[in-house]
Design a protein around this ligand. Structure first.
Ligand SMILES: Nc1ncnc2c1ncn2[C@@H]1O[C@H](COP(=O)(O)OP(=O)(O)O)[C@@H](O)[C@H]1O
Ligand SMILES: [Mg+2]
Length: 251
C-alpha cells in the first residue's frame, strides 16, 4: 500500500487494556506532517503506553493506527521504523564505555540493511561515519565525538539519545520525557536542541514540564486515565478548567 503524506499519524479509537486496567482508552488523534505536538498528563495517564502502541512494541486491544496514510496496526516495530518512525525511551539506552561517535555509528549501522564485513572496522564505512557525525552535530555534540559516554554529563547523554533516534532520518519522532531529570540549564539546552531539529520531522513529545511543552509546541493533547480530555492550542488547553484541575492542581 502506498503511503500518503497528508497526515503523519492517525489514531482511531486506540485502546490498551492490561488485565482490568484500561491504560489507553479510545484515543483518537491526527498529527499533521511537520507538526510539533506535546502529550501531557499525570503519571500513569497512559502516555508511555500510547508511544509503545504507536511504535508497535505493544499490541492494542482495540482501534487503529496509521502512519503517513498507511494502516500499521498489525505491522512489526521494525517495519514501522522503515516507514520513518523513531522513538526514545524514558530509560537510557547507551553504551557507556564507547564514545559518543561509536554509539552513533552503531545506531546508524543497525538501521542499514547494507551487508558489511565483520572484520572491517565500522569506521571504515565512510557513509556510516558521515551520518554518525551529522546526527552528533544535529544535537550539538560535535565536539564530544571522541568522548566516552560515561564521561558525558547527564544532559549530554540525553542529547546523545536524541542523536541516536535521528540515525535513520526519521519522519516521525516520538520523545518520551526528553527533559526528565535534567537541571534547569540542561533542560534549556535540550529545549533549544529540539526546537532546532529539522522542521520536516513530525515531533510528538511527552513532556512533564509544562513550560517546555509550551516552548516546543503549538498544540497540546492532554491524557487522563487513558483518555484525551483536552486537545488544542496551548493557550486554550492552559485555560481549560478541567486541565487546571487534574494537571495543574489549581482547582
Ligand atoms: N506492561 C504493563 N502491564 C501492566 N500495567 C501496565 C503496563 N504498562 C503500563 N501499565 C499501567 O498502565 C498505566 C499507564 O502507564 P504509562 O503508560 O506508563 O503512564 P504514563 O507514561 O502516562 O505515566 C499505569 O497504570 C501503569 O501502571
Ligand atoms: Mg511514562
Amino acid at each position: 500500500m502506498p503511503t500518503n503524506d497528508a497526515v503523519a499519524l492517525s489514531l482511531a479509537g486506540l485502546s490498551k487494556e492490561f488485565g482490568g486496567l484500561c491504560a489507553v482508552d479510545g484515543v483518537s488523534l491526527d498529527v499533521g506532517p511537520g507538526e510539533r505536538r506535546a502529550i501531557i498528563g499525570p503519571n500513569g495517564a497512559g502516555k508511555t503506553t500510547l508511544f509503545s502502541l504507536i511504535s508497535g512494541e505493544t499490541r492494542p486491544t482495540g482501534g487503529r493506527i496509521s502512519l503517513f496514510g498507511r494502516d500499521v496496526t498489525r505491522l512489526a516495530p521494525h517495519r514501522r521504523a522503515a516507514l520513518g518512525l523513531a522513538r526514545t525511551y524514558q530509560i537510557t539506552n547507551l553504551f557507556p564505555r564507547l564514545t559518543a561517535l561509536e554509539n552513533c555509528l552503531l545506531a546508524v549501522q543497525a538501521l542499514t540493511s547494507a551487508k558489511f564485513h565483520l572484520h572491517r572496522p565500522l569506521s571504515r564505512y565512510p557513509a556510516f561515519h558521515d551520518r554518525a557525525r551529522a546526527v552528533l552535530e544535529a544535537v550539538g555534540l560535535g565536539d564530544k565525538a571522541e568522548e566516552a559516554v560515561r564521561n558525558l554529563s547527564h544532559g549530554e547523554q540525553r542529547q546523545l539519545e536524541i542523536a541516536l533516534s535521528l540515525a535513520g532520518a526519521p519522519r516521525l519522532l516520538l520523545l518520551d520525557e526528553p527533559t526528565a531529570g535534567l537541571s534547569p540549564a540542561e533542560s534549556h539546552a535540550m529545549t533549544a536542541l529540539l526546537k532546532n531539529l529539522d522542521p520536516a520531522i513530525t515531533l510528538l513529545v511527552i513532556e512533564h514540564d509544562m513550560d517546555v511543552a509550551f516552548a516546543l509546541t503549538d498544540r497540546i493533547t492532554v491524557l487522563h486515565y487513558g483518555k484525551v480530555v483536552a486537545d488544542g492550542l496551548a493557550q486554550d488547553v492552559k485555560a481549560n478548567a478541567l486541565v487546571q484541575e487534574i494537571y495543574l492542581g489549581t482547582s
